[in-house]
Write a protein that binds this ligand. Structure first.
Ligand code: ZN
Length: 399
């Protein structure tokens, strides 16, 4: 080989090595053109539910763990304390996933994803119960109520947070707490439990005004949360707590306790019920890349699930759905060979990712969720279940 050829070959090799090293060091990302993002084409979910012979549930419990992805699920599973311990995750009848999208593609925020899951319609970032044209979508709370369901919300976040708001209200301004509070008080909700936050700041009313708005519909429980002390069982109830008072199992009260109280109250009313439970901890902790907070939040989620599963198993007429609105943080448990089997947690971002997220179901009607591919499919099925309930005196297959 001639000398100049040798030199140019060597130069090319050196450039390639440098480029490869730079890519490894700086983790140069590979862009995916939006035209190529179609990894889960939507299905015609309406056809599959119409032909299903699934038994109808009487009650529905819908648990949204905000920001909870498969990586969070993996962490929950790998930190179970005993190989023989029964996992709450194994106790679901259906274990699947959905592609949590907004109309912009596979990235979403809580507002757009919750709106899709509760209405069956994809929408823009920040839209709560509103479609892409700005038109109001009938809320799941209103549809459930029209069909004789009692309805409730339990959240460890503030009560006007995007996920609970999307169940019963309509707005394109998620920051307008006063407007959302007034809509919650004007809704058909029978139970509302959660926190207050940033009182008196920006568009959040002061505490007195907040409680005044809530009292227009709800009788407010004191901190003892005694269901037995409720004078008029038919009047809607609410309980509110300070910011970050409901965070993990060390909190008083905590999410499993509040969910249990909600189930006690709703199951004593003479109607089927729809209960929305939200855990905000995974999203909050993952935005902070706070691994310790994630671990504590996971325990709270698992204990809440265990309580609901116990209720569902005893009751036998209740469908329990557990899912997430999107993944946050791009969490991964990793290990180098010299560290093995010790694991380290690494975070890819402080924002939401485009990962698909878990979807689990247990109880009558659970099999309907095995066909789900996108978040909006969940809304289509839920609305179908709630409306199908209207004419059925007893549990019957879909017609
Ligand atoms: Zn978030």
């Amino acid at each position: 080989m001639k000398a100049w050829k040798k030199t140019s070959l060597l130069t090319t090799l050196i450039i390639l090595v440098i480029l490869f090293s730079l890519k490894s060091i700086f983790k140069i990302s590979i862009d995916i053109p939006s035209s190529e993002i179609e990894f889960s084409p939507g299905t015609e979910i309406q056809n599959s539910i119409s032909s299903s012979s699934a038994v109808l549930p009487e009650n529905i419990i819908f648990f949204v763990a905000d920001g909870f992805g498969f990586s969070h699920l993996s962490l929950a599973m790998m930190t179970l304390q005993s190989e023989n311990k029964t996992s709450v995750w194994n106790a679901f009848d259906i274990k699947g996933w959905h592609d949590a999208r907004s109309v912009y593609g596979p990235l979403t925020d809580s507002e757009a994803s919750a709106t899709a899951m509760f209405t069956g319609t994809s929408t823009n970032f920040g839209h709560i119960g509103i479609d892409i044209n700005g038109d109001k979508l009938e809320s799941l709370c209103a549809i459930a109520s029209e069909n004789q369901f009692s309805t409730g919300i339990v959240t460890d976040s503030y009560i006007w947070d995007g996920t609970p708001a999307a169940f019963a209200t309509h707005t394109t301004n998620e920051d307008n707490a006063r407007d959302i509070l007034q809509q919650l008080a004007a809704s058909q909700l029978d139970l509302l439990i959660g926190e207050l936050e940033d009182l008196g700041e920006d568009e959040v009313p002061e505490e007195d005004e907040t409680l005044e708005i809530l009292r227009t519909r709800f009788q407010l429980l004191d901190q003892s949360l005694s269901i037995k002390s409720i004078q008029d069982k038919t009047k809607p109830i609410a309980a509110v707590f300070d910011e970050d008072q409901v965070q993990n199992l060390d909190s008083s009260p905590n999410l499993p306790q509040l969910t249990d109280i909600a189930l006690q109250h709703l199951s004593q009313l003479e109607s089927p019920f729809f209960l929305l439970v939200e855990c905000e901890e995974m999203d909050a902790a993952s935005h902070e890349n706070n691994s310790k907070r994630v671990f504590k939040g996971l325990k709270s989620i698992e204990k809440t699930i265990a309580g609901i599963q116990q209720f569902v198993e005893q009751d036998e007429k209740t469908l329990f759905i557990f899912t997430s609105d999107h993944e946050t943080g791009g969490l991964a448990a990793i290990s180098d060979f010299d560290e093995y089997p010790n694991l380290r947690l690494k975070w890819a971002t402080e924002d939401h990712t485009a990962e698909v997220v878990p979807l689990f179901a247990k109880g009558p009607g659970a099999e309907l969720f095995s066909e789900v591919t996108r978040n909006r499919d969940i809304g289509v099925i839920i609305k179908y279940l709630v409306q199908a309930e209207r004419d059925s005196e007893e549990q019957e297959p879909f017609q």
